[in-house]
Design a protein around this ligand. Structure first.
Ligand code: 13P
Ligand code: SF4
Length: 306
């Protein structure tokens, strides 16, 4: 089947079988274009909770699908493939986190939503890139164990002034964002002298410091609504350019790096999406223990957000 035929079949199947499709901003354009809802990890979690659907096909990476399931125990959550992993989330395991908690018994634990469901069982509160500063400011403690992203941890430390202890430490990062370099920013700014740079807070400090804007993918989409700049350099996963162009056809968006690709996100294809819908494959099932204990830290985030 051609891509167009697959897209038509997917739309037919999801309607016949009563699925809603939710897709993260980093997916390939063809999948985003046939999704019922698109957005960042926080927006998708909220949409799944509000949605009147028994079956959701979630397209993104593993931790996002797990979060959706924890928040929607009564809904059936499916994914196109089990191979869509977030290496950053998987860089922190529960045992390591427990050891850090033992070493710093007076610290509160804030975990980036890009973490495993098992680790979320050990956290006081979860945050996303959209609300990390607000969440940490809201915790009644000046010492915070924060993981797994060391770059987001340093950004939060800078903005809140609190003592942020990164867990697991140097090994916690996103390979897509951590590889952005100051030199690449300088070359891009020379090539597009009138452009403003927007970077994801998972980027290193040397890159964040040269940015006009820092924010998660949801914020990135909103920036051109309040800034009439024509050109933007985008320091995040290159797939984001599709969403930005679709939302702002009158502006120009240039990826900071074309090779900034999240392999986990790109494991989702039209073909495996079609097959999963056809055969009701890859349902997310979590243990009762995870469902009961991990929900606490995620709900705490929603309490702060209101
Ligand atoms: P957002 O929550 O900003 O969509 O980011 C998720 C992510 O995985 C970034 O790499
Ligand atoms: Fe994880 Fe990085 Fe991919 Fe985001 S871009 S899902 S943090 S590996």
């Amino acid at each position: 089947m051609t891509n167009e035929e697959l897209m038509n079949e997917i739309i037919k199947l999801k309607e016949e079988k009563g699925y809603k499709i939710l897709g993260h901003n980093y997916l390939i354009g063809d999948i985003l274009d046939i999704s019922d809802e698109t957005g960042d990890s926080l927006a998708l979690a909220r949409k799944a909770m509000e949605m009147d659907a028994d079956k959701i096909m979630f397209i993104g990476v593993d931790f996002m699908a797990e979060t959706l399931k924890i928040l929607n125990p009564e809904k059936r959550i499916f994914v196109p493939t089990r191979a869509s992993e977030c290496t950053m989330a998987n860089s922190l395991d529960r045992e390591t986190l427990i050891k850090f908690k033992e070493k710093y018994p007076n610290a509160s634990v804030v975990l980036y939503v890009n973490s495993t469901a098992e680790c979320k069982m050990e956290a006081d509160c979860v945050c996303t890139s959209a609300n990390a500063i607000e969440i940490v400011n809201n915790i009644d403690n000046d010492t915070i164990l924060f993981g797994p992203d060391k770059n987001l941890a340093s950004y939060v430390a800078e903005k809140t002034g609190k003592t942020i202890i990164p867990v697991p430490g140097d090994d916690g990062f996103c390979y897509v964002h951590d590889e952005f370099k100051k030199e690449e920013v300088l070359v891009a700014k020379e090539k597009y002298p009138n452009a403003k740079l927007i970077t994801h807070p998972e980027s290193p400090k040397e890159v964040r410091d040269l940015s006009e804007y820092i924010g998660g993918t949801g914020k990135m989409i909103k920036i051109p609504l309040t800034d009439d700049t024509k050109d933007y350099i985008i320091g995040t996963e290159a797939g984001m350019i599709h969403q930005l162009k679709k939302n702002h056809p009158d502006r120009n968006f240039y990826p900071l790096k074309n090779s900034a690709i999240c392999i986990g996100m790109k494991k989702n294809t039209l073909k495996n999406l079609y097959e999963a819908l056809k055969e009701d494959k890859h349902e997310i099932i979590l243990s009762d223990e995870i469902m009961e204990k991990a929900v606490y830290s995620i709900e705490n985030m929603f309490k702060v957000m209101g």
